[in-house]
Design a protein around this ligand. Structure first.
Ligand SMILES: [Zn+2]
Length: 443
């Protein structure tokens, strides 16, 4: 059944393995940087690295730290971002929130969103519906309060609307606009929207989604009433700590229909035409138009298949080019229902697939080996002066009863082993702390 609930596509290009000139130099100085790798002392090492590493990093560093340009770079503290993957608060989850919308859905096998609630309850027991708006975040709230990240960014993968214009695509994610407090309950700052569910209830549904999120003071990127709004980044001001600039892109490889693309005055998503060098140059111009010296620039991309750990070579090459040529500091990739391997390239993090974060899949079987009930909160700490990664910690949680819960030690071990296995070819691994926090290490 599950294979019918989400669009599944696979791209099978070979990985691009050629070493970037700067990457090669970075490898040569890596031994010297080793001692400082897991702390703020890394910054001085990175400055040395940048001097050696070639034009991209060197230019970025000099632009950021030049007092004539930035003025205050050296005084800016590190910035911590909370990122996660698919937040699918429509359909079954909408039905247990305080203001459920019309449960009708246009799916071939289940015609009411209440069917997904029943499936979950069959597996994991009764959900105390109606739940309050904060319920779904469960133990994640404690973690967010404890870490207090500077910004919180989610891939919101549902239409937020009462539209009856059901798209003919077999899946129908819709959340009632009256349930939008479930997003503000976790103090979310920014919803990226360039994904394959935001237009499940038509262009009218998208327009209502945008106005509902705006009224709730949630920033958005990746979809708009016209092409200009769809392409525009969300700009998150951090007071004295600079800004985080979030671009959101969608790829047809995640199942986004081509006709969902925003164009002219037509509402839609910010759809990538392809992952070519030409597209990179186009994005580079967009970044250049808004970037300030101490900005952290995020490229959030909905791409690739729902299942499987393979990272297509085209994705990897595109991510590298965005970092090398477009001034992007963080690649926030999503679409896979389970976490994939991570990479650190030019000292900048690449999350190829975050995995799901909140969904109504508990009663759906078919891909158990991927354990998509296990999800990760990603906390990336970045140095604004250099745009480089200071540290990456991940907190595992489990979706159960439509709520995020602490994981068992055994499940934390399982995730550690998966991330180590998948990170091996990408030069990363993780360590597992006594509190079940996973910490990224990279060479
Ligand atoms: Zn998706």
């Amino acid at each position: 059944m599950r294979s019918m609930t989400r669009v599944f596509r696979r791209v099978s290009e070979r990985p691009i393995l050629g070493a970037h000139p700067a990457r090669k130099v970075r490898g040569e100085v890596s031994a010297a940087c080793g001692a400082a790798r897991r702390g703020f002392l890394r910054l001085s090492c990175l400055a040395t690295l940048a001097a050696l590493a070639g034009p991209r990093v060197g230019r970025a560093l000099s632009e950021r730290s030049d007092p004539e340009v930035g003025g205050r770079s050296e005084e800016i503290e590190p910035v911590t971002l909370f990122l996660c993957g698919d937040v699918m608060t429509g359909r079954g989850i909408d039905q247990v929130l305080p203001h459920p919308g019309d449960p009708r859905i246009c799916e071939p096998y289940i015609t009411s969103a209440l069917g997904y609630v029943a499936l979950a309850e069959q597996l994991t027991g009764p959900i105390p519906k109606p739940v309050d708006f904060a319920y779904i975040w469960g133990d994640a709230l404690e973690e967010l309060a404890h870490r207090s990240p500077d910004v919180r960014i989610i891939n919101l993968e549902t239409s937020v609307t009462t539209s009856e214009d059901c798209a003919d695509k077999g899946i129908s994610y819709r959340m009632s606009p009256q349930n939008v407090p479930c997003l503000t309950a976790a103090d979310i700052d920014c919803c990226v929207l360039a994904n394959n569910h935001v237009l499940d209830w038509g262009r009218a549904g998208l327009v209502e989604t945008l106005s509902t999120l705006r009224a709730a003071k949630l920033k958005t990127a990746g979809a708009g009433r016209d092409i200009l709004e769809a392409e525009a980044p969300a700009i998150l001001e951090l007071g004295g700590k600079g800004r985080v600039v979030v671009f959101s892109f969608g790829s047809v490889t995640s199942g986004i229909p081509r006709h969902w693309a925003a164009a002219g005055n037509r509402p839609g998503v910010n759809l990538l035409k392809d992952l070519s060098s030409r597209t990179v140059r186009r994005i580079a111009r967009q970044v250049q138009a808004v970037r300030r010296p101490d900005d952290i620039v995020v490229a959030s991309i909905h791409w690739g298949s729902n299942w499987g750990y393979e990272i297509p070579g085209k994705q990897r090459g595109f991510a590298h080019q965005l970092i090398d040529q477009a001034g992007v500091d963080i690649i926030h990739g999503h679409s896979s229902h389970h976490p994939k391997g991570l990479e650190v390239y030019q000292e900048r993090p690449i999350i190829y697939g975050c995995g799901d974060f909140l969904d109504d899949y508990e009663g759906i079987s078919g891909y158990e080996e991927y354990r998509d009930d296990l999800v990760l909160m990603y906390f990336l700490t970045m140095a604004p002066a250099t745009g480089t990664l200071v540290g990456c910690e991940m907190r595992p949680l489990q979706i159960r009863n439509f709520r995020l819960n602490h994981v068992s030690r055994q499940d934390a071990h399982w995730l550690r082993d998966i991330l180590n296995r998948e990170g091996k070819g990408l030069g990363t691994g993780v360590t597992l702390g006594d509190d079940n926090t996973l910490r990224l290490v990279w060479r």
